[in-house]
Design a protein around this ligand. Sequence first.
Ligand code: SAM
Length: 467
Amino acid sequence: MALLGQKRPARKPTRREKEVASRDTRDVDDADSQWLTVVRLAHDGRGIAHDATGKTQFIDRALPGERVTLAIHRNHKRFDEAHVRTRDNAAENRVTPPCEYFGICGGCELQHMTLASQRTHKVHVLSEHATRNGVDLPDIQSLGEDENRYRRRARIGVRVTDAGEIQLGFRSRGNNKLVDIQTCSVLVPALANLIAPLRELINTLEAPKRLGHLELLATDDQVIVIVRQMKAVPRDAERWQAFAQAHGLVFGWRVGSDPVVMEWLAGTPDAAYSLTVGETSLRLAFSPGDFVQVNAPLNQRLIDTAFEWLGDVTGLNVMDLYAGVGNLTLAAAAAGAKQVTGIEGSQGMVDQLIANAHANGLDQVSARRADLSRSLPSLEGIDLLVLDPPRDGAQPLCEELARHLHAGKVNRAPARVLYIACDPTTLMRDARLLQDAGYRVTRALMADMFVHTAHLESMLLLERAAD
Ligand SMILES: C[S@@+](CC[C@H](N)C(=O)[O-])C[C@H]1O[C@@H](n2cnc3c(N)ncnc32)[C@H](O)[C@@H]1O
């Protein structure tokens, strides 16, 4: 009923309004109100300025060239962490973030910058890591796509508040709280469009508190949702089945603990993605838990660039370490390599790699399981070594290569190493080992695999000087 002639009672701010209002006013240190100019970006995308005493300030969402006053939210001995209280001017590369949760959600840190300047920043980060480690790099190529909605997989947290409100989202930056979202601007549309209906469905469940998190995966042909469910609730299983049917999903839940049992309640997963290598189209099947690059178009372009750099690989003997389900192993074989050996730590992925090689008619592929942090394969007779390790890099292997070369065992050190990395710190540490042993970086690339975040994928080609 309208309240004619009466003043409407003040509406209570929503949780989201409170979050936005508190973004720039957390733990404010009122004594600190000097104007500072941001001089550069830290690797994680925060602006850096120096106060009157020279102390370094790391400032959330501030860009070089901007004059700001700060609110310090964490003091350290040698630097402070701060956020902007007042901004005098906007840097030329500042844009309105495409996502309404920017600044709250911990998923993306760079949405206030143009895509071009995000990429320039990441190239600079890669170059700085090289300089710090004394690695000589050629010009760094930069690879990126214009499409922002690139993530084909996501893990989404679920929380039921004391008031029974359902929250769905990612963890916030700086603390572990769940940020409740209605959509996500970096998920592929098939996944982003599911968030609101998922919330509605979870609202109708008999036991939403039994839910842990949701895993969403968009493959070439299927959208797969897996729910972590503490205990099976038959009536909820029926609701999920109806939901999966209505939205054309493959649905499963991982129930219980010790053991956790995977049950598919709607459809059968048939996850796969496609790759093209020259004239050859490959189809790579994988299980929902296996590693695959989150950005499918960028993965394709990374592989295109790798084989453009490598030129004709016909007749080469290739070893692909940290091979996953065969992304680079199969690509090398399809490009014409004579023999390709994939080594991977997970037996499930090794089996999948072998099945993928058979399914694509690539008989020159073999694969085996090994823990590469403990046992190193012989590299005798290998012409090209491909390395694509997790974040901690491939130090034991690079040290072993260096030892062989220092001992003059040239036949145990491949002429070329293609090194793909998601952590530039460990990449450059390892590249320095190889450089000291006689390799030279002849190609370098920053691939913007994780658009809008401060993460970057990089690729180096290292070539051993002719004997
Ligand atoms: C960054 S992924 C690369 C996968 C694959 N090259 C691709 O392009 O999809 C790293 C892979 O290394 C595997 N891995 C992690 N630690 C390992 C270890 N110690 N030994 C062998 N493989 C390992 C992971 O299972 C994962 O498949």
